[in-house]
Design a protein around this ligand. Sequence first.
Ligand SMILES: Cc1cc2nc3c(=O)[nH]c(=O)nc-3n(C[C@H](O)[C@H](O)[C@H](O)COP(=O)(O)O)c2cc1C
Length: 290
Amino acid sequence: MKLQATNYKFPTENSSRVFLAPMEEVNDPAFRLICKKAGAGLTYTPLTSPLSPIPLVLDDKPILQIFGGIELLQTSNSKLLTDFFVKYDKKVSGWDFNLGCPASTAKKHCYGAYLTDLETTEKIIKLMRENTKKPLSIKIRKSPLAYKHLKIAEKYCDLIAIHPRTKEQGYSGTPDLAWAKEFKKKSKIPVIYSGNVSQTNYPQLLTIFDYVMIGRNAIGHPEIFSKLTKTPFKKDFKDYLKLAEKYNLPWRIIKFQAMQWTKGERGSRKKRAKMIEAKNLEELKFLFFE
Ligand SMILES: Cc1cc2nc3c(=O)[nH]c(=O)nc-3n(C[C@H](O)[C@H](O)[C@H](O)COP(=O)(O)O)c2cc1C
């Protein structure tokens, strides 16, 4: 069992160093597959509980991001975590542990950015390491614990992802790039940067960081990956719909994606007004296939 960090590089299929950032409620399996087709080097699942029995679709071979707190270390739960790794390890490109979620549920249950007990954090990451030889990372925010997290990551992980906004900032305000640069200088393992990555700043960011990930700028716009990586790609919501049907995605998610995908398209306002009224997949399809 590998317990030492290495200078591991993610084995991306297209050598693209730009990834789709983990996003709850956005990164469904159909959307992730399309982002990969458009040129994303890797995709992330949204934060996922290893204790949940809901089956996962991982056809895009994503980084599977898990979350949790001290409860993961209870004997019965660490057994569930091991079973989760056995079940999905072959299907993923790597694993990530979320230490950045700022949501109120994270606060209530002491996970994400609210998991501040370093001993528990280290035990969870060690447990993850013992269960996989695939690339392992943690995703953190700017916080007083960041360098302590780095030390733990250097012991067990292959990479570290940073989003240099504090949990108090949530997703607004400017990410602290100067802080992130300093962090990168001090890190012995590769660093993935997250925070307002765009078509404009991405070449510059890739001269500093090993990888970058795109979050909100990719919502409804998988073509951003093709623009950045010069991957031939034709954006067509019908491709998304086909996959969404194949995976039997909930109507709520499909409708959300439809609204996002059409933003910025010429004449799309009218279409969206009709979409709001759509009550099921058939009605939505009619708008796209008519
Ligand atoms: C809707 C939404 C959901 C998110 N869900 C997750 C998540 O499940 N796990 C995670 O680590 N980060 C999550 N994030 C944070 C993003 O991965 C990313 O770090 C952050 O949005 C900054 O990148 P951006 O400025 O490119 O959006 C989420 C962000 C958004 C906007």
